[in-house]
Design a protein around this ligand. Structure first.
Ligand code: HSE
Length: 412
């Protein structure tokens, strides 16, 4: 019998215990041992839980228990998760986590401790919820140079954008609904400001390029400035606004960014609905591969966590060799140099004159119109240019029109 502990009994943690209790026999058959939850750490009381007698508020009961060999961390955040996980690894316990903030901030350090102690530190659930992505990138696509990864990696923002587009729901109501459904982070600013998606692309980039990418090195924009007008212009242009997390190889460095982008309807990312996530990974030999599924929520995320626990049991004597080295951000190229076409929405008394100026300043632009537009609106798409070139030209254009929004056109 393998004894484990689960730290955190929130949305994901309760899903982990539910799956382990409901599938005890089938899981035991697959890993050839019973997995027994010895302790659950949470500061709250859960008297109705079928394992209420195994709850503790004291972390020491877990870290000092030599019978517990695998610890699941599903508390989220860095404090106290980082200290707890580090202590567990140092005590020779394998750790499984869904905590992307932890992996994005401390992954290189925790992986090094796991290697030193010959235990596992696994985090499949930290990116894409139920979608298998860490193992496929680490194993199945290992023979490739990964040229680029583009994805919708945050279910909450995708859910909100969909509700705004399809149901005309306000941003606030859609966010509340996402929170009620258990998709949003404890502090939903992490979702809507893009930090959650940024952390996930950092984890993937660290994994495939071999050097830790810290979120501070990655330019990140959320969806709070995306207006219903932008959403309508994206549709009129022939696509949708999506929060895209992107990493692409450029020489021996990478371009990594998280930002709302116009995605053409030719690209399958434009059709990803609700809480679903999708990643498109392009390997030099494999070509493009898509990974699609539920990116958040109790059981989808817990399913990836439990599979990692099972992997720890199966590989307790021969650890999984997922590793990357530490880095200081020098491998991430400055975002001002990334090249995209840009959508611009402006207001002017004379929109024809404003559009003529846009053509003069940016080069030939594609005008877009939307049904029911205000007479003062002028919207267009520029040709491809670097972001620094764009901002300089935009400052010039702002002398002739009031710029309301600018959004990148995705290069998937
Ligand atoms: N808040 C995250 C999301 C949860 O909405 O995608 C899953 O990481």
């Amino acid at each position: 019998m393998i004894q484990i502990a689960v730290m955190g009994h929130g949305v994901v943690g309760s899903g982990v215990t539910e799956i382990l209790l409901n599938h005890t026999e089938s899981i035991a058959k697959k890993v050839k041992e019973e997995i027994y939850i010895k302790k659950v750490l949470d500061l709250r009381e859960f008297p109705d839980s079928p394992i209420a007698d195994r709850f503790t508020k004291d972390f020491n009961e877990i870290v000092s228990d030599d019978e517990i060999s695998v610890v699941v961390e599903v508390m989220g955040g860095l404090k106290p998760a980082y200290d707890f996980v580090k202590q567990c690894l140092e005590s020779g316990k394998s750790v499984v986590t869904s905590n992307k903030e932890l992996v994005a901030a401390k992954g290189a350090e925790l992986l090094a401790i796991a290697e030193e102690k010959n235990v596992n530190f696994l985090f499949e659930a930290s990116v894409g919820g139920a979608i298998p992505i860490i193992r496929p990138l680490h194993q199945c696509l290992a023979a490739n140079d990964i040229e680029k990864i583009n994805g919708i990696l945050n279910g909450t923002t995708n859910f909100i954008l969909n509700k705004m587009i399809n149901d005309n729901m306000s941003f606030e109501d859609a966010l509340k609904l996402a929170q009620d459904k258990g998709y949003a982070e404890r502090n939903p600013a992490a979702d809507i400001e893009g930090h959650d998606a940024c952390r996930k692309i950092c984890i993937l980039a660290s994994l495939v390029y071999g050097t830790h990418v810290y979120p501070e090195s990655v330019h990140t924009e959320g969806i709070t400035k995306v207006s219903l007008k932008d959403v309508e212009y994206a549709r009129a242009w022939g696509g949708a606004v999506k929060l895209i997390a992107s990493a692409r190889k450029n020489g021996d460095k990478q371009e990594i960014i998280t930002a709302p982008m116009f995605v053409s309807s030719d690209c399958q990312l434009s059709n990803v609905d609700g809480v679903y996530n999708e990643l498109l990974v392009r390997g030099d030999s494999s070509g493009t591969i898509g990974f699609y599924g539920r990116g958040a929520g109790k059981l989808p995320t817990a399913s990836a966590v439990v599979a990692d626990v099972m992997d720890c049991v199966l590989h307790k004597d021969e650890r999984r060799n997922i590793m990357w080295k530490d880095g200081s951000g020098e491998n991430v190229l400055p975002y001002e140099g990334y090249v995209n076409a840009m959508y611009v929405l402006a207001e002017a008394d004379d929109t024809d004159a404003a559009l003529a100026k846009a053509n003069e300043i940016f080069g030939e632009c594609e005008k877009i119109t939307r049904p029911g537009a205000d007479a003062r609106e002028a919207a267009f798409i520029t040709g491809e240019l670097s972001y620094s070139d764009f901002t300089a030209k935009c400052a010039e254009f702002a002398k002739y029109a009031e710029v309301q929004s600018t959004i990148r056109i995705a290069k998937i």
